[in-house]
Design a protein. Structure first.
Length: 248
């Protein structure tokens, strides 16, 4: 199946989980290429945008939101975009909100709070031992770069904590007494919010077996929030099985 879509990803990343979930939800067979941060291929992609990247029908699509848009055009079945124009607009607005006002902010908080030993284990999820050992030796240098790139500084982190809490408030307000953020069915709004919050919710059904963080005070303070219980329910109902093609 040489013409199958190819997803270039960080297996541990919540933004990459968003694209991965969309492919799986639409049951699109695809190949996954899991990269190591700082590797030549990862740096090549980084210089041209971000991950995830999807090679689809001769086109290279960068970032999870354009990827889902392209998948909707290619595979309209099991649509993530509501049929009703007003509901579709709301779903896309929520997708943008959770991407920009919660996903990036949670990453900043997590990388500030987590110990380097855990970060090293997380970033090398699924990688062979011959790769893990030198990567962990390189990690302190890599974290200096990451702290500058993502502004992992105390004042920024404090603002990001507030934004993550606001994101949880938004989910709970949008849900009300309903099951979904928009209308009566699962949409791109639900997929985006649930995938981006997986590090806080840590639901069943996570792929690639990333190590679970322990002793993360921010997460432990929020574990009973209705929004995070809802994330776990979305995973239970809609995450489903992987559509990845085994490549040996």
């Amino acid at each position: 199946m040489t013409d199958a879509p190819v997803l270039w990803q960080y297996s541990f990343s919540h933004f990459n989980e968003k694209a991965r979930w969309a492919l799986d939800y639409k049951r699109i067979p695809h190949v996954r290429r899991s990269l190591l941060p700082g590797s030549p291929r990862a740096m090549w992609f980084s210089a041209r945008g971000t991950l995830p990247v999807l090679d689809l029908d001769g086109e290279r699509i960068v970032d999870s939101t354009p990827i889902i848009r392209a998948l909707e055009r290619r595979e309209p079945e099991r649509s993530l975009y509501p049929d009703d124009p007003d509901e579709r607009r709301r779903a896309l607005d929520l997708e943008e909100f959770f991407d920009e006002e919660m996903g990036h902010e949670l990453r900043r908080v997590a990388f500030h709070d987590w110990h380097d030993s855990y970060i090293g284990a997380l970033l090398t999820t699924g990688q062979p031992a011959r790769v893990r050992r030198p990567f962990r030796a390189f990690l302190p240098v890599g974290m200096v770069y990451a702290r500058r790139r993502y502004r992992i500084y105390p004042e920024d982190v404090a603002a990001s904590r507030r934004k993550v809490l606001a994101g949880l408030d938004r989910i709970e307000a949008e849900l009300g007494s309903g099951d979904y953020l928009v209308g009566r069915g699962f949409s791109v709004a639900d997929l985006t919010a649930a995938s981006l919050l997986f590090p806080l919710a840590w639901p069943d059904g996570l792929q690639h077996g990333p190590p679970e963080p322990s002793g993360w005070q921010f997460r432990e303070q929020l574990t009973d929030r209705p929004a995070l219980q809802w994330v776990r329910e979305m995973y239970r109902r809609h995450r489903g099985s992987s559509a990845e093609i085994a490549t040996g």
